[in-house]
Design a protein around this ligand. Structure first.
Ligand code: ADP
Ligand code: G6P
Length: 495
């Protein structure tokens, strides 16, 4: 099935769906990167022949402005994206760092994940954020003009993504008004939207909210996040609101708010899991407890190690029988909090392995790096249990990918209720990651769960995720902005 949009889509996101790097001969090449946004949105832009505006992973000083085509053996979700569909935002290193590390990752990320003690509020970083958002808006206008020149009369759909670009909409709106251009302007937030209690800690909250309201349509993963946003607009800006219909009146315009839970390309993961070669040596005596995360303090990696330690203390029968396989992707390594977390995790893993290892077994295997989707699919398929236990997470795609890849022996998903995914995936074993004692018991229950219970739970989880995959999410989004039209494969071939 091919999903089409009645309007050409211009995606505006902090990152391009790949990083521009150099091969061994110094030639620019595309390098893949992990992250929920890219996995979900890249196939959509490829399929709708859209445009993507974002940071290429290099700085102005690097003089790497040209975007390479994908290599012939590229099997990633972005392989079909032609270089002419990509507009890089090239910024000086200092400006980018102040915006990305200083404001996005040191302020908005912790604040929006309801961890205000970790958030820094610095006026110069907020200024940098606004100036970079304006740069993105200028390049978006370039894309808008390009689309209109190609197809006069068309109404482009500009789709802004995530907490990095919450202040681009008003710049774009004013430029369009000045030039007499009509567009549709939508925003989607890939992380939680916090309650008013937390939002009001941000010193420039009114400016922020007014900028988000520059869009016509605003999407969040969950109804809770939508209601938080509506509440903030009401209490901070005094906007008239309709909670039931999720509408906000602002500057004589009506802005609509939509719960749109993101998902994964289910069939892609399912089919990868059927063909991917096993990566872990098959030892029928050993059960794998899998953990796949970006190395981020919201993911609860250390809490989980502590619960695993407690499990081995209380249930020594699991010694030499289970292995916790942690695959952690390096992330935001320039930010102090992330460097400290890495040190803490290294230490905790070392301590636990030192305490429980035997000559032929270590309780934790720890991969610090990115693995291919094929390898990931094999890990998911060959693990008995997935421990997806963030302290707070907008959605969490790993939980869904694990379920899609359960094509052999059914495994068990252990899921935190503080991940957005926990709202719908009710057949998972729920666990509060802060409660070490109970957490360790839930792991024990997962390891020892009878096959018929595992089968039943997994069957229901798989059914839901298959129906509500990333295409469903995209369709729901396009419907919410009145741009939805569907073309079947066969009709498409006739065109
Ligand atoms: P977040 O967006 O906060 O990183 P998600 O769980 O929503 O969290 O998305 C993470 C995405 O990154 C998933 O699509 C997952 O497959 C991918 N990913 C996570 N860890 C790795 C890894 N070690 N190697 C490759 N991809 C990874
Ligand atoms: C989360 C955010 C994305 C981001 C990804 C990886 O999924 O919602 O916007 O791209 O993490 O983080 P990074 O800082 O490396 O882009």
């Amino acid at each position: 099935m091919v999903i089409q949009s009645t309007s050409p889509i211009i995606v505006v996101a902090n990152r391009l769906p790949f990083i521009v790097g150099k091969d061994e001969n110094g030639k620019p090449v595309r390098k893949q990167c992990a992250g929920g946004l890219v996995t979900a949105v890249a196939p959509v832009v490829v399929e709708t022949n859209g445009l993507w505006i974002g940071w290429p992973g290099v700085f102005l000083e690097d003089n790497l402005e040209y975007i390479p085509e994908s290599s012939p053996n590229d099997k990633s979700p972005t392989a079909g994206l032609k270089s002419e569909q990509v507009i890089p935002v090239n910024l000086p290193r200092d400006q980018f760092n102040a915006y990305y590390n200083g404001c996005c990752n040191a302020t908005f990320w912790p604040l929006f994940h309801s961890m205000p003690d970790r958030a820094l509020f610095q006026a110069d970083k907020w200024e940098a954020y606004l100036s970079v958002n304006e740069e993105f808006a200028k390049l978006t206008m370039l894309a808008v003009r390009r689309v209109i020149a190609k197809e006069p009369g068309v109404v482009p759909l500009v789709w802004i993504h995530d907490y990095h670009l919450m202040c681009t909409a008003n710049f774009i709106r004013s430029a369009c008004e000045a030039e007499g251009i009509t567009i549709k302007l939508a925003f989607f937030l890939h992380i939680p939207f916090p309650s008013w209690d937390i939002m009001r800690l941000f010193p420039w909250d009114d400016e922020l909210l007014q900028n988000i309201l520059g869009c016509d349509s605003i999407g969040f993963h969950l109804e809770d996040y939508c209601l938080n946003f509506i509440d903030c607009c009401h209490r901070r800006l005094g906007c008239r609101i309709d909670r039931q219909r999720m509408l906000i009146e602002h500057n004589s315009r009506t802005v609509s708010v939509h719960p749109l839970p993101i998902s994964i390309p289910y069939e892609r993961f399912e089919s990868l899991s059927k063909t991917a070669e096993a990566v872990v040596k098959n030892n029928p005596e050993e059960q794998i407890l899998l953990c796949v995360d970006r190395l981020d303090y919201t993911k609860g990696l250390v809490h989980r190690i502590k619960a695993f330690e407690r499990l081995l203390e209380k249930h020594p029968e699991h010694i030499e029988k289970v292995v916790l396989l942690q695959v952690a992707v390096p992330s935001r390594t320039d930010v102090k909090e992330y460097q400290e977390l890495k040190e803490e995790l290294d230490m905790e893993i070392g301590k636990l392995n030192g305490r429980f290892s035997t000559p032929n077994w270590s309780p934790i295997r720890y991969i610090y790096g990115c693995v291919s989707q094929e390898q990931l699919a094999a890990f998911y398929r060959d693990s008995s249990v997935a421990l997806v236990t963030p302290l707070r997470d907008g959605m969490n795609l790993v939980a869904k990918e694990f379920v899609a890849c359960q094509t052999k022996e059914p495994g068990v998903l252990v899921l935190s209720p503080f991940a957005g995914a926990g709202t719908a995936m009710l057949e998972a074993l729920q666990v509060n990651p802060y409660e070490t004692e109970l957490f360790s018991e839930v792991i024990h229950r997962a390891i020892t769960m009878p096959k018929d219970e595992r089968e039943l739970r997994m069957k229901l989880l798989r059914k839901r995720e298959k129906e509500r995959d990333v295409n469903f999410w995209l369709e729901s989004f396009l419907k919410s902005v009145n741009c939805y039209t569907k073309t079947s494969d066969s009709e498409n071939r006739l065109m």
